[in-house]
Design a protein. Structure first.
Length: 428
């Protein structure tokens, strides 16, 4: 009787799910069915927003049912999925309350390598952390004295111009630059007037009414203002404590949550590398772009230079699509500004295009280093998908999250290929 080839035994060992199906116990099958049912119920209660008590009860029942079988891979995965879903829903629900903690964690996360670098050179960790907090407070002071006043003045000027523009619709129709600009584009005057009256003016009036109501609500709601001030004070204080204990937090995640599992630690380190490089790089490059844009617009005496310059830095967080959004918003501002609309638009277009090229070929390669490894089509598709579900916040986080997802898919593919190879050894 011939012996079976070694590949057969290797493949048999590398397929534990077959043995799991054959040796599964009735009580475990009952627990798995109940666990999946409870997870489905958890998804329903979360989506229907039944409240914290119901969701907590469901996830507790799921853990109680599956915990005796936690050593089995399927039971453990269902339990982890349920707890993870509940924690994610809880964080989203408490986003407003957790904002200062999230902002402080991001600051500590971005600056922790610098603090560790100084610590390795003999400078105490507390000293560097206190210095960082003082720099943040100094940034508050500089922004309060040199950035906020001109921004408020430009927003007031824009608001005054918009009110004057919307005050008299009949007069606006005769003299407004909107009709004139549409006529220059080849649209007949009568059709341009109808377009302004029936389409553009109602949208502008609705926008003006929304802005007015928003300002009134902010002024009335003193609690919101005080909460914002408290958050600004709490963020550097929380960041100080997080920077002091950030390495302990890393150790806790590695030892307790990941249990020093080499594969999980490797994946978390890869994820940390992608996100940290992207965050530090994009914050630095966006700040540089905002300063250069504001300086350029001020030198060319373009109206609303500070607001549009800051907007340019914010839109730099959004690859490719951001510069078109930036130009579109700037053109809307110029409709209310004195001076030549087309000249302002031409200067802004040249500024945005020049800064985009400078950022893409000089600033980002030297600051961010290697790219996140996304194909341009995948990057643009991720922007649309995340924007659809999460709005502007989705546009900001689309690239790093998609990069992490692509990395995990590549790791999974490489592992699956390695498991199917005759040697059975994992590559990388």
């Amino acid at each position: 009787m011939s012996e079976l080839p070694a590949e057969y035994h290797a493949r048999k060992v590398r397929r534990p799910h077959i043995a799991l199906r054959r040796t599964i116990r009735p009580q475990e099958m009952f627990a798995l069915v109940g666990g999946f049912a409870l997870y489905g119920l958890l998804l329903y209660t979360v989506s229907a927003n039944y409240g914290l008590v119901i969701d907590f009860f469901v996830v507790s029942a799921l853990v109680f049912l599956l915990y005796p079988f936690r050593h089995e891979i399927v039971s453990r995965r269902v339990m982890q999925l349920g707890v993870g879903t509940f924690l994610l829903w809880l964080c989203i629900t408490l986003m407003g309350v957790l904002f200062p903690f999230i902002a402080a964690f991001i600051i500590a996360y971005i600056l922790s390598p610098m603090v560790l670098w100084f610590q390795r050179r003999g400078i105490p960790r507390w000293s560097t952390s206190v210095t960082v907090v003082l720099i943040i407070i100094g940034g508050y002071v500089l922004i309060g004295f040199y950035v906020i006043p001109p921004v408020i003045d430009e927003i007031n000027n824009l608001w005054t111009a918009a009110q004057a523009m919307l005050r008299d619709a009949n007069k606006l129709l005769e003299k407004d630059r909107l009709t004139e600009q549409l006529t220059r584009l080849g649209i007949p005057k009568k059709q341009a007037q109808e377009l302004v009256v029936n389409q553009i003016l109602p949208q502008l009036k609705g926008l003006g009414l929304w802005l007015a109501n928003s300002l009134i609500e902010v002024v009335k709601n003193l609690t919101t203002v005080l909460e914002g001030v408290f958050n600004l004070i709490a963020i550097p204080v929380l960041a100080l404590y997080m920077m002091l204990d950030f390495e302990r937090l890393r150790g806790f995640v590695r030892r307790v949550l990941l249990r020093d599992n080499k594969r999980y630690v490797h994946l978390v380190r890869r994820t940390d590398h992608i996100i940290s490089n992207y965050l530090r790089g994009i914050l630095t490059t966006s700040s540089i772009v905002a300063v250069l844009a504001t300086t350029t617009l001020v030198l060319f005496d373009v109206p609303y230079a500070v607001v549009i310059g800051i907007l340019t830095g914010v839109c730099n967080f959004i690859p490719t699509i951001g510069m078109f959004m930036n130009l579109g918003i700037a053109m809307v501002f110029y409709l209310f500004a004195p001076g030549d609309f087309w000249m302002h638009t031409l200067i802004t277009t040249g500024m945005i295009g020049g800064l985009h090229a400078l950022n893409a070929y000089l600033i980002e390669p030297n600051i961010i280093g290697e790219s996140v490894g996304l194909h341009p089509v995948v990057m643009i598709a991720s922007l649309f998908v995340f924007a659809h579900f999460f709005g502007f916040f989705g546009l900001v986080v689309a690239v790093p999250i998609t990069a992490v997802m692509v990395m995990l898919l590549r790791e999974w593919y490489q592992r699956s290929v390695a498991l199917r190879s005759p040697s059975g050894h994992l590559s990388g």
